[in-house]
Design a protein around this ligand. Structure first.
Ligand SMILES: [Mg+2]
Length: 200
């Protein structure tokens, strides 16, 4: 019996197009503030242990944090967070429905804690969420089993009673699956976010 629903953030509860929209602005910021771009930026990023992810982009938040530009990052993010109606409606419907049924709702994300909170707040979802667990809280990202180990301990979870909902087969399904978490993949051509409610 599933009693705890744990959602990924990027690409699951929110649309990730925002990151590509703001990436160029982030690069310009770094160049204007620190004179870093191109290869020099890559060298610096490598020193921080950052690697380019999907779409050959660094995680803007991680990059700005390491470069001491977090205040500027959040200024840009806040300007770019727009509520996208369809994504918002689905996320709102699913989370509010789960809460109505008295179920526990969490968010597990590689984003920084403050970023997750900004999004949930902007999308009016914060009131439905019982806990947020970020890569900062874990000291690891979701592709690392230690992330899930620490989440289990932090929230006192029984993995077989939890459903992880996400758009990454590796990070949201396979890795947590090794702890016997149940998984619900919302990737392309697969089930959609609102289908979570079908299994209630
Ligand atoms: Mg995701």
């Amino acid at each position: 019996m599933v009693s705890t629903y744990i959602f990924d953030l990027d690409g699951t509860l929110i649309n990730i197009r925002i990151y590509s929209e703001m990436y160029l602005e982030i690069l310009k910021l770094i160049e204007s503030k620190l004179g870093l771009f191109g290869e020099e930026l890559d060298i610096k990023a490598a020193l921080f242990g950052l690697v380019k992810g999907d779409h050959s982009r660094y995680d803007s938040g991680d990059l700005c944090r390491e470069l001491g530009l977090l205040a500027e990052y959040y200024e840009i993010l806040d300007r770019h967070i727009k509520v996208r109606k369809r994504v918002h409606d689905d996320a709102f419907l699913v989370l509010s429905e789960l809460k109505k049924k008295g179920l526990r709702v969490g968010v597990a994300s590689n984003s920084m804690h403050r970023t997750i909170q900004s999004y949930l707040n902007k999308y009016d979802l914060l009131e439905f969420v019982d806990f947020i667990f970020s890569s900062e809280d874990a000291g690891r990202r979701k592709n690392d089993p230690v992330f899930w180990e620490r989440l289990i301990a932090a929230e006192d979870l029984v993995p077989t009673e939890c459903l992880i909902i996400g758009d990454s087969k590796l990070e949201d399904i396979e890795v947590p699956g090794t702890f016997e978490f149940n998984g619900f993949y919302v990737g392309e051509g697969e089930e959609k976010l609102r289908d979570v409610l079908k299994n209630l």
